[in-house]
Design a protein around this ligand. Structure first.
Ligand code: NAD
Length: 478
């Protein structure tokens, strides 16, 4: 029987209206399931439920919160193959990548189970005799979570887990095309022992459900991951009502390849960073900046390596690259391939759709030789399309790497300690990789960028405490 995904509001499963298709991007003839969407009034009820649950939950025993998060993380890890399969069918990344993402989501819940018991505080001497000062952290309140579709388990996990660990209540709005993964997470959370209203999940469009969430007067904080235009619009709305916000947005991440690099390492970093997960990662290496002396050799090896990659059904273990996640994203990718040609780029690999046994959104990994001014070298594409840029020397490569409005991640392949150290210091990005792909991060350390890529405190690791808590300074005289 076809699955029907529902929202979760105030401890109840809610159908919502309509019966929308949850598409399988690798096989349009066999959808993942169907789902109903909430309206603005039902979304408002979710925020009301979260606000009503806040006073008790914010004072709950941290061991209770730790146990609940540990339950969620352990169940995700125990069911990682099954959840990975759902993710692969719904979003299209390969089964191995999907199981990896489910594993990461489980680890994140387990990490924050520990953090619930380690909420930091400080005690300082006052400048006034006989007075003591205590600095404590309290939950920020009712937190709205708006997530994108490209990591439909891991990104919600790295927002929901710290929110609950630090005593906040949650209304989670997933992206429209991944209701199944959102439902699977909510289903586990619904059995974890949370009081009703502490966690809510609302399915629906950004325009209706997202807006009803953001404009609700009882919302205290908003954490958003998605595109720059949506993030900027939400930032304006949040500023008008002084809502605490955290925004992770787009990227146009450079991978610099110097003449002294180990070329095998550089090619593997470039192929992984630019094309795995179908290039649909905010940390994807979409600009490959290669020093002139090795440019042609690098391009040749990339062409040979890309020719070995198989595009197709993400559940087939021999496939390296799954489909593009949606028809809309495929259209965007194809429009950038046209722009690559129009701007005078030279197509080095791919450039067209791939026919597979099933009807789906399959696109060949596409590589252009481009100029820094070309649209494919400047704008985020969010697909398996990358540009190679030629650099005269290290200084030129660094300048090209920083010549972007974005600043999420920057990578360099080199065997020179001097260049690696200089790049680490001077790359205008929140994360730097040396001889590693720009995509692929650990679950227990801060994640985030600079410039147009991010706004507000970092996500993940112990740094998450900055967003999910607010500081209180108490002065105590005996
Ligand atoms: P998107 O901006 O279209 O949508 C993101 C979320 O915002 C969705 O849940 C959507 O429904 C919601 N939304 C849309 N309009 C809204 C509105 N008016 N009010 C409230 N909510 C609204 O992004 P997407 O296409 O889902 O995801 C792709 C983007 O996400 C890319 O730009 C990518 O770089 C970015 N991303 C960034 C990171 C990061 O950490 N920096 C991680 C993953 C993805």
């Amino acid at each position: 029987m076809e699955q029907h995904f529902r929202s979760y509001v105030g401890g109840q499963w809610v159908d919502g209206s309509g019966s929308h298709t949850d598409e399988n991007p690798a096989d349009l003839a066999t959808p993942v399931g169907r789902y109903g969407v909430l309206d603005a009034a039902a979304t408002a009820q979710a925020v009301d439920a979260a606000a009503a649950a806040l006073p008790a939950w914010s004072l709950s025993n941290p061991q209770q919160r730790a146990d609940i998060l540990d339950f969620v993380g352990s169940e995700i890890l125990a069911r990682k193959e099954e959840l990975g399969r759902l993710l692969a069918r719904e979003e299209g990344k390969t089964l191995a990548e999907s199981i990896g993402e489910a594993t990461r989501a489980g680890q994140i819940f387990r990490f924050f189970a520990g953090e619930a018991l380690r909420i930091p505080g400080e005690k300082l001497a006052s400048t006034r005799p006989g007075v003591e000062i205590e600095i404590t952290r309290e939950p920020v309140g009712t937190v709205g979570i708006i997530a994108p579709w490209n990591f439909p388990l891991a990104i919600p996990a790295w927002k929901i887990a710290p929110a609950l660990a630090y005593g906040n209540t949650v209304v989670f709005k997933p992206a429209e095309i991944v209701p199944g993964c959102a439902w699977a997470l909510a289903e586990i959370l619904s059995r974890a022992g949370l009081p009703d209203g502490v966690f809510n999940m609302v399915l629906g469009s950004g325009r209706t459900v997202g807006q009803a969430l953001v404009s609700h007067p009882k919302l205290d904080a908003l954490t958003f991951t998605g595109s720059v235009p949506t993030g900027r619009a939400l930032l304006k709305q949040a500023a008008e009502r002084a809502l605490k916000v955290q925004m992770e947005m787009g990227g146009k991440n450079p991978l610099v390849v110097l003449a002294d690099a180990d070329l095998d390492t550089a090619v593997e970093c470039a192929v992984n960073g630019a094309f795995f997960s179908t290039g649909q990662r905010c940390t994807a290496s979409s600009r490959l900046i290669v020093e002139s002396a090795v440019h042609d050799a690098f391009v040749e090896r990339m062409q040979a390596r890309l020719a070995q990659l198989k595009v197709g059904d993400p559940l087939d273990p021999s496939v390296h690259i799954g489909p593009v996640a949606s028809g809309a994203q495929l259209e965007t990718d194809l429009s950038y391939i046209r722009a690559g040609h129009e701007d005078g780029g030279e197509l080095l690999a791919g450039g067209a759709r791939v026919d597979c046994a099933t009807e789906g959104h399959f696109l060949a990994p596409t590589l252009f030789a481009a100029q820094p001014s070309h649209r494919i070298a400047r704008e985020e594409i969010f697909g398996p399309v990358a540009a190679v840029l030629r650099a005269d020397d290290y200084e030129h490569a660094l300048a090209l790497a920083n010549d972007t409005p974005f600043g999420l991640c920057a990578g360099i392949c080199t065997t020179s300690l001097r260049h690696a150290s200089h790049f680490r210091r001077h790359a205008q990005a929140g994360m730097v990789m040396v001889n590693l792909p720009t995509a692929g991060v650990d679950p227990h350390v801060p994640f985030g960028g600079r410039k147009a890529s991010s706004y507000g405190p970092r996500e993940q690791g112990r740094y998450a405490v900055e967003f999910y808590t607010t500081v209180k300074t108490a002065y105590i005289a005996p």
